[in-house]
Design a protein around this ligand. Structure first.
Ligand code: R5P
Length: 288
């Protein structure tokens, strides 16, 4: 078995390989003068099980890179070509919301058919209830819940957990139950990618409490910021934010979140200064 680090995830891939006791190699990816991608394997992968590691944020070029790498690995005689995508992109466009739109999750599912196995962490499953509805390959869904539970137990006791929308119950409510904290899950209405509104009941209880908001993806950050604004009306002691995948695509919103929270915690599926929860062992254990 060989772990191959692609451009978004070289350092994470190296750690995964070391922890799993596997060989490691960088995928060579350069640009031709016109911007097209040049891909090359630096070691012989014939008859090997290849694990490409590529988190899919930013995604556009990263997807093309792993597709070219996947087809090339088959062409070079790899026994199996597997994808480890700690953050799986395109999972939220899981329905035709408006006439004429692409259902992107299903198209990505078809495009990734080249991979024998897909391993990912907390993909956004909402209208698709399992990865099998998206991908035709063998797939492995890893959950970071236990890692989040450990972090919160170590750093925050007696807090109140808030899930900012209905889908977040699989993280917020589940984690709260495991570590013996109370939880409230909000309802959310999304008007467009930059505008959401959240509604919660029973918030009187959070007065003077430590409140921890937990969601899977912080993309523009509007969901978190709206939740913070709603929570603040009830005068909590402090607000902490946990996002599994920290994209932080909107700088102004990010600054507002920073201003209003004691701590922002994410995993390193996408590496940022908030990546305080390490998923490398979760992934390496899944390879053994
Ligand atoms: C979708 O519902 C997800 O669980 C997140 O709540 C969403 O992706 C967050 O997006 P944004 O940060 O842009 O509000």
């Amino acid at each position: 078995m060989i772990v191959v680090g692609c451009s978004n995830s070289k350092s994470l891939a190296k750690i995964i390989a070391r922890k799993a006791g596997l060989k490691y190699s960088d995928l060579v990816m350069k640009h031709f003068p016109d911007g097209e991608l040049y891909i090359k394997y630096a070691i012989d992968i014939k008859n090997e099980d290849v694990f490409l590691v590529q988190t899919l944020y930013p995604s556009t070029e990263a997807i093309l890179e792993i597709l070219i790498a996947g087809y090339t690995a088959k062409d070079l005689g790899a026994k199996k070509v597997n994808l480890i995508a700690p953050y799986m992109a395109y999972m939220r466009q899981d329905k035709r919301f408006f006439k004429g739109e692409a259902i992107s999750s299903l198209i990505i599912g078809k495009m990734f058919n080249i991979f024998d196995k897909i391993i990912t962490i907390d993909p956004h499953l909402h209208r698709h209830k399992s990865l099998n509805e998206v991908f035709y390959n063998q797939n492995v869904l890893l959950s970071s819940n236990k890692l989040i539970e450990d972090y919160l137990q170590k750093n925050y006791s007696d807090s109140y957990i808030i899930g900012p929308d209905e889908e977040s119950n699989q993280w917020a409510e589940e984690i709260a139950k495991k570590i013996g904290m109370k939880s409230i899950v909000f309802n959310k209405k999304r008007y467009n990618s930059q505008k959401v509104k959240v509604y919660g009941k029973g918030l009187e209880e959070i007065k003077n409490q430590k409140v921890i908001i937990i969601d899977d993806i912080i993309s523009t950050g509007h969901t978190i910021l709206e939740s913070i604004n709603e929570i603040k009306k009830y005068k909590p002691k402090t607000i902490i934010v946990v996002g599994i995948h920290g994209i932080f695509a909107n700088k102004l919103v990010y600054e507002q979140i920073m201003k209003n929270t004691k701590e922002i915690i994410t995993t390193n599926t996408i590496e940022t200064k908030h990546s305080k929860i390490d998923v490398s062992e979760l992934i390496s254990n899944s390879l053994l």
